[in-house]
Structure formats: C-alpha cells, structure tokens
Design a binder for this molecule. Structure first.
Ligand SMILES: *Cc1c(COP(=O)(O)O)cnc(C)c1O
Length: 354
C-alpha cells in the first residue's frame, strides 16, 4: 500500500471521521536510525536510535500535529489559522494552510527565528508578523485573536496537534518491535513529551508485555528551563531557538509523563547542546537542528553522571525533532571554516595533508 500520511495509517487511533477530507503532505513514517559510532564514543553500553523527525515534509515533527489540526479546522469550516511560533510551527502551519487553500497568520518573536524556517513561512505565503516580544507573548496574542475572531489556533494547545504527534511513538514501537527503555527528547512547550507518552500508553494498553513503557527523559535548555526550575522564566535564552520557551503550555502533562514513567526532565547548557549537535553530525552523518541535539546532550550528560549504572543500558531512542538545514547560520558559525586554497594542485594536496 502506498503511504499517504499518518491520518490514513492510524485512522483508528485518531479522532477523525471516515468522511473527513484529509490535508496531508504524507508526513510521518520517518526513519529510525541505529547509531553506529555514538555508543562507543560516549560510553553507552546499549543501543542508541535516532528517530529522525527532520525527515518530515517541512523538516520537523510539527507536521504530525499539523495534518490533524488543519484537517480538523477545514472540516469545521475554518478559513484562517493562526499560530505563535519559534519557527517550525510557522513553517508547518504555512505549508498545510497552503495545501488546504486557507489563510495562515504567524506571530514570531523578533530576530530569533532560524532563517530556513522563516523562508518556509514566507514561501508558503503566510502572513508573518514579527512582534517585539518573546514566544510566550506571541502565543498570548494568538490565543486572544483566535478567541475574538473566527480563526483556529494551531499551537499545541489545540488538542488535535497532540493526537497527531502521538503517532511517532507508534512508529517507534512498530520499528523496534517493542517500546524502547528510554526516550530522550527536547522539551519546549512540552506538547511533544505529552504526545509521545500518550502514544506509548496506547500501545502498552493493547499489549502490556510487548510494549513496556519507556522512561521519558526530557531536556530543556539551561536558559529556558521553567519545568526544571519550577517557575516560569520571563526572559528565556538559548541558542536552541525551538525550545526558547519560558512558560510551557503543556507543563502539567509533561510532569505527569515524567512521573508516571519514572523518567526525568532536566536541563543541558548551550555548550552541551552544541557539542552534541556537532558530534551527531560528524560521527553519524545525521544533521539535526540545535534544539533537537538537546536529546543527545541529555543522553551524554546522563552517561557521564553514571545514571545507567543503576538503571540498565538497554535501548535509548533520541528524538531528532528538526532538520539541521533549518538553521544554516548556527551550523556554519559552529563548524570548522572552509580552508582558502590557491587553485593549484600542490596547494590542494598540501591542504588535505597527503
Ligand atoms: C517545537 C520543537 C521542539 C519542542 O517541542 P515541544 O512540543 O514544544 O516541547 C523541539 N525541537 C524542535 C525542532 C521543535 O520544532
């Protein structure tokens, strides 16, 4: 059967009618890639897998939620959707709105959106408003507008977003033939950790012995770690712009996921995030965006801390939430610069060290 996106595939697990007109770009079905070099490099005596969500149509997992949110909005007769976004939600909402033939309004925090993401929102012809405030401010305006006008809010406060996103957990269970022991992922607005936990519980309910629930290991950036600190952060700061959020919408359900799974929500510094970002690209050939690398930074931190001496190693899945090409500026500024070489063979041979 030809793959036609996650609503078609997982219809029976999703709150959709048989007659809904599905707005899809064939999102989902992303690769789960087993690490070859990372376990040895970081001293993890188990298996590490990357769930490469950057391979979704617009380059992030947001597409999983957006196919649901936009299909539902269209079904309900909505002609306009709105979101606040650090970038990926905007890119995804803009693409699905274009496909649906409806209007998309995007509120972005000024100056803090990765260039690739902005280019997507603009090319898909969203109405992009850059407001001089942070993400949390933008979200408050988006909520207010959607309350006053016939506009559908497609941030992860929209319950259909979570429903679509939970399908990634199904794919992991099917791919591995069981649930992993640990799932590492970045935490921003905390919709995704909520969605995965929901997804794993669905499979666990169906076959508890096969799909034993994983520990949910969520990581915030140190400068934007409200859940870890226990209070909202007024001015969140991190290089990982996709998780630069000070007051997560799904705070409560993220804490529930952590506690019910016996997992953790902890923080990693920008230095640790950048180190993980470079390592996974250089040693595994997988290029994710900085926010995504906080999952790997978290794994590395917990290996160093000796966490797995008390807990078995087993299978760890790191969710790589977005593609590295989204944020070329961060990539180039954190990588080794190209060497300038004269156009002659001798200089070229010298430069490559033969
Ligand atoms: C949205 C996003 C996150 C954060 O997900 P939440 O559901 O807000 O916790 C992490 N990484 C990337 C690349 C994202 O786009």
């Amino acid at each position: 059967m030809i793959y036609k996106g996650l609503i078609e595939k997982y219809r029976k697990f999703l709150p959709v009618s048989d007659t809904i007109s599905v707005i899809s770009l064939h999102e989902g079905n992303t690769p789960i890639i087993k690490a070859r070099n990372l376990p040895l490099k970081i001293g993890f005596n188990g298996e590490i897998y990357f769930k490469f969500e950057g391979m979704n149509p617009t380059g992030s997992f947001k597409d999983r939620g957006m196919t649901m949110a936009v299909s539902k909005a269209v079904e309900a007769g909505s002609k306009v959707i709105i979101c606040a976004s650090t970038g990926n939600t905007a890119a995804s909402a803009a693409a699905y709105a274009a496909r649906a033939g409806i209007k998309c309004i995007v509120l972005i925090p000024d100056g803090k959106i990765a260039f690739g993401k902005l280019s997507q929102a603009l090319m898909h012809r969203a109405e992009v408003l850059e407001i001089n405030g942070n993400f949390d401010d933008a979200l408050n305006f988006a909520k207010e507008l959607s309350g006053k006008y016939p506009i559908t809010l497609v941030n992860s406060v929209n319950p259909y977003r979570i429903e679509g996103q939970k399908t990634a957990a199904y794919e992991i269970c099917e791919n591995l033939g069981e649930a992993p022991d640990y799932q590492f992922l970045p935490v921003g607005n905390a919709g995704n950790i909520t969605a995965y936990w929901k997804g794993y519980k669905d499979y666990n309910k169906a076959e508890p012995s096969k799909y034993v629930l994983p520990k949910m290991m969520g990581f915030q950036a140190a400068g934007a770690a409200p859940i870890v600190e226990g209070y909202p952060i007024a001015k969140p700061e991190t290089i990982a712009t996709a998780i630069r959020i000070g007051n997560p919408v799904s705070w409560k359900t993220a804490v529930e996921a952590r506690d019910e799974s016996n997992g953790v929500i902890d923080k990693v510094t920008d230095e640790e995030i950048l180190e993980a970002y470079r390592i996974v690209a250089a040693t595994e050939g997988v290029f994710c965006e900085p926010a995504s690398a906080s999952s790997i930074a978290g794994l590395i931190k917990y290996v160093k801390r000796g966490y797995f001496k008390n807990n078995k190693f087993g299978k760890a899945v790191c969710i790589l939430t977005g593609h590295g090409l989204k944020d070329p500026d961060n990539a180039v500024s954190n990588a080794v610069k190209p060497k300038k070489v004269k156009a002659n063979m001798k200089d070229i041979i010298d430069a490559v060290g033969f």
